[in-house]
Design a protein. Structure first.
Ligand SMILES: Cc1ncc(COP(=O)(O)O)c(C=O)c1O
Length: 367
């Protein structure tokens, strides 16, 4: 029997990168893999210890998590963004990818509904819309929103893959337009901590939303800010009614974070030290890698934030750049994976060890 949903979801395109990966792996100094954004630094001991201490967990955890967890999230958002969030309007998630993928379904959207995603985007926004049977419109043009009348709009600032950051005015314009159309705004803020050249602002910042969270969801992840990708830990905050509905649906669906991971989140979100340390590591890697790419004639566009450099070679398309860099053992991601008009860029991730970043810089310098 054909599974219509499996057929509708595009295959992961990463197989197309295999030849370049093989080529890069043949480099005598080994591959420098900058094609994916998986963290490589250690999970902070404070999280590991809290996880271990909660290892004896015979009872079921709750979807909303213990009050300490929701308070820790509200405290984190208050300290690190300008958002004042009621702990009751917080929902822990099993990492943010599952939330992205299931949000349209859990908002009860369907075939009559449009989901707007950025033109260059993390592919799971479209996958989630497809799972719900919605129509996906990839556009950065606010005027197009009026034509397609979306029910859900995804924002992602700082962006994967482009690193672009929206300022307060740009975010407020999007929130205002979505509100006028009655659309929910889901703002994927998993890279909010990684703003290098200009500040990054949450959709829940009062300058953006006027202190009213109606119709707004800020989506966060602990994967990148503190190397908890293996734990699967994230959270959403925002519109209290939407959060309450999603919590209820997720109780029925059994979408619960394990108790030990909840404890690790509480411990981690209680302090800024590890997040600052991780930011410092990525900033140092970016400071090395960006000029090294520019010195060989590559052009870095946007890239004010996030963990990626959005790079183009004036002479070629993304696959030519992928191949050129694979020749010196550096693997990068083709822009074509992220949107229809992204084929002239490659995405270069900062998520490699200091040693691998230094190796990449050395190889680029020898070009
Ligand atoms: C833009 C964006 N959103 C969400 C995620 C998912 O992160 P996680 O599921 O680890 O929280 C990623 C992962 O790379 C991402 O780049």
């Amino acid at each position: 029997m054909t599974n219509r949903l499996a057929a509708a979801l595009a295959d992961y395109p990463w197989d197309a990168l295999q030849p370049a990966k093989q080529r890069a792996a043949e480099h005598p100094g080994g591959i420098v893999d900058l094609s994916i954004g998986t963290p490589v630094d250690d999970t902070p001991a404070v999280a590991v210890e809290a996880l271990a201490a909660a290892g004896n967990s015979p009872g079921y955890p709750t979807v909303a998590g213990p009050p300490e967890l929701r308070s820790a999230v509200a405290g984190y958002l208050g300290r690190r963004t300008s958002a004042t969030v009621d702990p009751g309007a917080v929902l822990p998630t099993i990492g943010s990818k599952e939330f992205v993928a299931w949000l349209p379904t859990q908002l009860a959207l369907g075939p009559d509904d449009v989901v707007v995603v950025p033109e260059a985007a993390y592919p799971t926004y479209a996958a989630g819309a497809t799972i719900a049977g919605c129509r996906v419109v990839a556009t950065d043009d606010l005027d197009r929103w009026d034509d397609v009348r979306p029910r859900l709009v995804w924002l992602n600032s700082p962006s994967n893959p482009t690193g672009r950051i929206f300022d307060v005015d740009q975010l407020r314009a999007r929130v205002d337009r979505a509100r006028a159309l009655g659309a929910v705004v889901a703002s994927d803020e998993c890279y909010l901590e990684f703003a290098w050249d200009v500040p990054a602002v949450s959709v829940l910042d009062p300058r953006v939303c006027g202190g009213d969270h109606t119709g707004l969801l800020a989506v966060h992840s602990l994967s990148k800010i503190a190397n908890l990708a293996g734990y699967r830990a994230g959270f959403v905050a925002g519109d209290p009614q939407v959060i309450a509905d999603l919590t209820m649906i997720r109780r029925h669906a059994g979408m619960i974070i394990s108790r030990p991971v909840q404890q690790a989140m509480i411990a981690l979100l209680g302090t800024d030290e590890h997040i600052e340390q991780q930011r410092g590591r990525y900033r140092a890697r970016r400071d090395l890698l960006r000029p090294a790419l520019e010195r060989v004639g590559l052009v870095v566009d946007h890239s004010q934030g996030s963990l990626y450099l959005w790079v183009t070679d004036p002479d070629g398309d993304c696959w030519k750049t992928v191949d050129r860099l694979a020749e010196i053992g550096i693997l990068v991601g083709p822009g074509a994976f992220y949107g229809q008009n992204c084929g002239d860029h490659v995405r270069v991730a900062l998520t490699a060890t200091d040693e691998r970043i230094r190796a990449a810089v050395k190889r680029l310098a020898a070009l």
